[in-house]
Write a protein that binds this ligand. Structure first.
Ligand code: TXA
Ligand code: MG
Length: 348
């Protein structure tokens, strides 16, 4: 299939172009579009066949449910059977924005969207292009990240095309995504809301509104890391095996240099994803992707997926990544890095 390429301004998008893309969505076709987090792979969320095509284009397991994207808060009640007070408080504060809430669903939501669950994930993005597209389509848009399943999420239209060109009707290019990691997913059906996926709205920001937040046990760091890493856990993975070094900065620098020296000594080509502070002290033959200054988690998040993808066309045998503190966006970044590493973690 030929994939149409539409370019729009992120601040003043051409509505005629977006109307063309919206018409494709209405016809049940797939359109990749920018959001403030990552690029999404959109389909009419009420059209079962269209939603099925998303799973095919991504190679995504059908039991992994999708987020429905809406363009205005008043659409929420068409999809949600019940909006508990905690959910309402989060929405009031953080919508539009990188927050997805999980609530009981209305019967209108197809099973193919929710994987058969009686809940549905809903998000109102702040990206103007995304919201105008959804408004023009006139239906909720089901959209996972627009990558091939298992690969890093795309934060540019070029990354979308690299993965799924020819499998979708169109891509809308509005430049790089601001936040760079996916939305925060919060299950609001539990008595105390549960953080299912850390993302653009930080844990600290959730606590500010809710006072108390449960954290899904699979996110609880070291203790909960699966004992037998396998394909099942592979997400966001770059082309070469990634090892994540998790320690405070001084120890991490020592460990990462030791690992790199050993790999170079065995003749391997080595890549590194590290802070600006560490980059200068690595051997010159290491292919280094600098993710930002240590402690600047906002910048590190914005660069993360392009850093992971930067080794696609500059092949290396192994990649080492420097971990960071799990504060602010650092929690989401570490969650993605652990998955990208398939839980191959080096620490002292
Ligand atoms: O920022 C984002 O959220 C991006 C952009 C495109 O909006 N979308 C995205 O979608 O990251 P995806 O499909 O890659 O991730 C959706 C996450 C998955 O972890 C999925 O398991 C969870 O949301 N999810 C969806 N519906 C759910 C439900 N009913 N209950 C629990 N988790 C759900
Ligand atoms: Mg995804």
């Amino acid at each position: 299939m030929h994939t149409e390429y539409f370019k729009v301004d992120p601040v003043k998008p051409d509505l005629e172009i977006l109307a063309k893309a919206a018409a494709m969505l209405q016809q049940g076709r797939l359109v990749a579009f920018p959001t403030e987090t990552v690029y999404g792979l959109g389909a009419n969320g009420l059209n079962e066949q269209a939603v099925k095509a998303i799973f095919a284009a991504k190679g995504r397991p059908s039991d992994n449910p999708l987020i429905l994207h809406i363009d205005a808060v008043d659409k929420l009640t068409t999809l949600a059977a019940h909006v508990p007070p905690n959910a309402a408080a989060l929405i009031e504060r953080y919508w539009p924005g990188p927050l997805t809430i999980v609530v009981k669903r209305q019967p209108i939501v197809p099973d193919v969207v929710t994987g058969g669950l009686d809940t549905v994930a809903i998000r109102l993005p702040s990206s103007l292009v995304a919201r105008e597209l959804i408004r023009l389509a006139g239906v909720p848009i089901a959209a996972p990240s627009a990558n091939t399943s298992g690969r890093p999420s795309p934060t540019t239209a070029q990354a979308v095309l690299a993965d799924i060109e020819g499998k979708i009707a169109a891509v809308i290019d509005a430049g790089s995504c601001d936040i760079g990691v996916e939305s925060t997913v919060v299950d609001c059906t539990t008595p105390v809301p549960t953080l299912l996926r850390p993302g653009g709205i930080t844990y600290e920001m959730l606590v500010e509104v809710l006072g108390e937040v449960e954290v899904d046990p699979t996110l609880a760091g070291a203790q909960a890391i699966p004992k037998s890493p396998g394909m099942k856990y592979t997400h966001y993975a770059p082309a070469a095996p990634l090892f994540l070094v998790e320690s405070e900065p001084v120890t991490a620098a020592r460990l990462i240099k030791r690992e790199i020296d050993q790999a170079l000594a065995t003749g391997k080509t080595v890549g590194a994803i590290v802070s600006a502070e560490l980059a200068d002290s690595l051997p010159p033959e290491v292919r280094t992707a600098v993710y930002g200054r240590r402690g600047d988690a906002t910048v590190i998040a914005a660069n993360l997926y392009e850093n992971l993808r930067s080794f696609d066309n500059a092949p290396v045998d192994v990649i080492y990544a420097e971990g960071l503190a799990e504060k602010g966006l650092g929690l989401a970044v570490m969650n993605r890095l652990r998955k990208a590493a398939g839980y191959r973690i080096i620490r002292e």
